[in-house]
Design a protein around this ligand. Structure first.
Ligand code: DX5
Ligand code: ZN
Length: 215
């Protein structure tokens, strides 16, 4: 497994984003995870593209954009303009997921698909060869600071088996309730990339906590 770590900006201090992003720049974090919410697909609204223009200028880490929105196809160009390396759409929000993945690749970004906690990994059997990453939500999307759902371990194992059976390249990312108590276990279970919001931005020493999460 790759043991990548992507702090989620959702838990940062929005009153001083520059300070928090500079700390992430100094850390061992691999990517900066960006949670965009529309108040329709999820019961919360976070931030949008005008804010991400400044995040792009401040962050030295590649941006991994997790869209918790309906009709994400409409925003491929906007996500590309943020400088994102990865555009991540929800399975549950895409009627024509194959077409959406093609559009993301045509815009020269990596394409990821996210599954809500109730969505079985088996639904990816016919798209796994086309995606660069699968994000398994380990909480119901919409808010930081929620409790990790233990069924995620079984989903990681089943997804890892599917990826191996297909000789596919997809990375496995896990998002929600990741902390110092479960990070090592999640990497050992087969996760390549962990997203952590409150565990990083709520820590006294963010740089140190990021190193500990990856250790
Ligand atoms: C939840 C977001 C997560 C969130 C994780 O909808 O997708 O990325 O920020 O926050 P924590 O790590 O606090 O659960
Ligand atoms: Zn997220």
């Amino acid at each position: 497994m790759k043991k990548l770590l992507a702090p989620s900006l959702l838990s940062a201090n929005f009153g001083n984003l520059q300070h928090d992003i500079e700390l992430i720049n100094q850390s061992d974090a691999d990517w900066l995870h960006i949670d965009v919410m529309d108040g329709v697909f999820v019961p919360n609204i976070s931030f949008g593209f005008p804010v991400l223009k400044y995040v792009k200028e401040l962050s030295h880490k590649p941006l991994d954009v997790h869209l918790m929105i309906v009709e994400p196809d409409k925003f491929v160009n906007e996500v590309k303009a943020t400088g994102a390396i990865m555009m991540n759409v929800h399975y549950e929000a895409c009627t024509h997921l194959h077409r959406t993945i093609q559009r993301i690749h045509a815009a020269d970004m990596q394409a990821a698909v996210t599954l809500n906690p109730h969505t079985p990994v088996e639904l990816l059997e016919d798209i796994i060869d086309d995606v660069d990453m699968v994000l398994l939500m380990s909480v119901n999307p919409g808010f930081g600071g929620q409790k990790f759902i233990d069924n995620t371990y079984s989903k990681i194992a089943r997804l890892r088996a599917m990826i191996e059976r297909h000789h596919a390249k997809a990375l496995i990312q896990v998002d929600g309730g990741v902390n110092l108590d479960n990070a090592a276990k999640l990497y050992a279970a087969g996760a390549d990339c962990l997203v952590a919001g409150s565990a990083v931005f709520g820590a006294d020493n963010m740089v140190e906590t990021i190193a500990q999460l990856k250790a």
